[in-house]
Design a protein around this ligand. Sequence first.
Ligand code: 5GP
Length: 179
Amino acid sequence: MQTIEVHGKIFEISITEDKIQKRVAELRKLIHKKFEGKNPVFIGVLNGSFIFMSDLVKGYPGDCEMDFIKVSSYEGMETTGEVKELMGLKTDIQGRDIILVEDIVDTGLTLESLISKMKSYLPSSISIVSLLFKPEKCQADFNIDFLGFEIPNEFVIGYGLDFDGSVRNLKHIYRLQES
Ligand code: 5GP
């Protein structure tokens, strides 16, 4: 098993680059099927979603626009429970179909807070796409319309997901190895 060491902790591969790319292509198709003939706005939730968002929209076969919103709720390996909106939207989303693009839904608090903020801008619809979902910890009440993978309650890194700012550049997704 290929492992890596980050900040003194050992991580092993959880989802390979190949598996991620295949699933991302499937999600792109499903999203296009839903929005064919429309012009949705993909809104990436920074920082973690930037690689997923890029792969997801690359080659999207219809009209679409893109924007980003920056939030943070994690310090190290723990959620702080507090969601801070750090950088706002530039696009006027009133009357638009918006697609929020998340890297991972853990407690769900980040998305729950974002969805309520987004609703105040009066979009025509809000859809959620997340690459990963940890159902065991989710306390929030919303539906993920397009999901990449369900994973157990474990800390993961790579493919945009960081460990204290590092390792977002890894091609595979890694999980913390049990000690
Ligand atoms: P939630 O509000 O759903 O608890 O957390 C959402 C955010 O926490 C994600 O967008 C992500 O930035 C971060 N997060 C949650 N779980 C993990 C994880 O296992 N690894 C990393 N690197 N970040 C995580």
